[in-house]
Design a protein around this ligand. Structure first.
Ligand code: GLY
Length: 311
């Protein structure tokens, strides 16, 4: 099977001054993930490699550089899902895991449960070889400055470069037909301690079913949860053909693109929420959609060309 990879760095009002950093980050994530897939590696290794790059990049709201919660602490959530078994590994409210995707993977592969939170998740991660860090090491200067402004003044999107929501994600299909999807986030800025959004919730921020496709979402978690957006998008993929379908205006669009658009339309229609998603259908056809001003994303075309954009 031809491998395929798509990544995102969040759907939000990306200002012009951050656009280049966002596309460069997506490009680096594609390079890291594609090196695994092109070398015959697994989709699971590929999405971990891609997401680690995005988590380590402070322009994105995941891992290092995440938004701070109301107490001024980074509190991360992550999930990874296996499309073959429908098994997920998810972790929430992590303070001391440098790469939350690694904690999620440890839960996927080694835990009898599918989701752990807080100290229990960190303990399990550490016992299974995932390195912990000091909580302060996840705090970037930009997010600390933003939090200080919110504390002094009042919480405002402007203090966060208009960065109200973020999140990163990846979906990969490998030569053997293994399909995995993953999402990682620092959540919303100045959130209440203990708040968990859509990202680590199976079916909300992420879903993978090898019979249909894999999805990673981004945007306002409280709205995305209401329409179980990742599972909804996966359901829209069922019965869709990867080949060109036809939109109302008569222009061609792949079934994957149509499914992505339908899921974002559902979000808008039923919740008035904003966000976006990336997906691969079961054959690796990429799709994406968003109703925010911009979304950072990248994918590898069938010919091997890397496409990245904040458009
Ligand atoms: N979509 C990220 C969050 O709401 O936490």
């Amino acid at each position: 099977m031809r491998p395929s990879l798509i990544v995102h760095g969040g759907a939000w009002d990306i200002p012009d001054e951050a656009a280049e950093a966002c596309t460069a980050g997506c490009q680096r994530a594609l390079v890291a993930g594609w090196a695994v897939l092109a070398g015959g590696g697994t989709a699971l290794d590929a999405i971990e490699a891609a997401i680690v790059v995005l988590e380590d990049d402070p322009v994105f709201d995941a891992g290092y550089g995440s938004h701070l919660n109301l107490d001024g602490r980074v509190e991360c959530d992550a999930i990874v899902m296996d499309g073959a078994t429908l098994r997920a590994g998810a972790a929430a409210t992590l303070h001391r895991v440098k790469n939350p995707i690694r904690a999620a993977r440890a839960i996927l592969e080694k835990c009898p449960h599918m989701m752990l939170v807080a100290e229990g998740a960190e303990r399990f991660a550490q016992e299974n070889g995932v390195a912990l860090c000091k909580a302060e090491e996840l705090v970037s200067e930009a997010e600390w400055d933003a939090w200080m402004k919110c504390k002094k003044d009042a919480h405002a999107a402007e203090h966060h470069r208009g960065h109200e929501q973020g999140t990163v994600g990846a979906v990969a299909l490998d030569y053997e037909g293994r399909l995995f999807a993953a999402t990682s986030t620092g959540g919303t800025c100045c959130k209440l301690p203990g708040r968990v959004g859509d990202s680590p919730l199976i079916g909300c921020g992420c879903y993978a079913d090898a019979e249909a496709g894999g999805v990673s979402c981004t945007g306002y978690g409280e709205a995305i949860m209401k329409v179980v957006m990742a599972k909804s998008a996966t359901d829209y993929l069922r019965g869709q053909d990867s080949a060109a379908a036809h939109t109302e205006d008569g222009r061609g669009s792949s079934g994957a693109m149509l499914a992505a658009k339908r899921a974002v339309d559902l979000l808008a229609a039923r919740t008035a929420g904003t966000g976006g998603l990336i997906l691969l259908d079961r054959n690796g056809e990429p799709g994406f959609a968003f109703n925010t001003p911009r979304m950072a994303y990248g994918y590898v075309e069938a010919g091997g060309t890397f496409i990245t954009s904040v458009g």
